[in-house]
Write a protein of this length. Structure first.
Length: 118
């Protein structure tokens, strides 16, 4: 699978057209099609990667860097990532301040402490 195929798979996964991605990313028409010939700047690849929430490495190789130190954490993160209702946790975490993230983590811990079975 090449870069073009991975981008098309991401388009399918997120139910968007290549044209919609180009428009949202400020790219010219048929920019994504140029990936079939391998002609796209690193800057534009980065823009597309950020749009989909993946790395340029993923677009180039299909491999994501290992963020998790154990299989259980990786499996939970993957489940959250693939569930559209929970995906917002990933999306929101990118735009949240460290203070707000700490507040949410503390709130989740307090909720867990009051309901250890839930």
């Amino acid at each position: 699978m090449d870069v073009y195929d991975r981008v098309m798979r991401l388009c399918d996964q997120y139910h968007v057209t290549p044209h919609a991605v180009e428009k949202a990313c400020g790219l010219s028409n048929a920019s994504i099609r140029k990936l079939q010939n391998g002609s796209m700047s690193a800057e534009r690849m980065q823009i597309i990667a950020e749009y989909f929430g993946v790395t340029v490495e993923y677009l180039l190789t299909g491999k994501e860097p290992a963020y998790y130190t154990n299989q259980e954490s990786a499996a939970i993160a993957q489940e959250i990532f693939e569930n559209p209702d929970l995906r917002m946790l990933f999306d929101t975490s990118r735009d949240i301040s460290p203070e707000d993230m700490k507040f949410l983590i503390d709130m989740a811990k307090r909720m867990k402490a009051t309901n250890p079975d839930g």
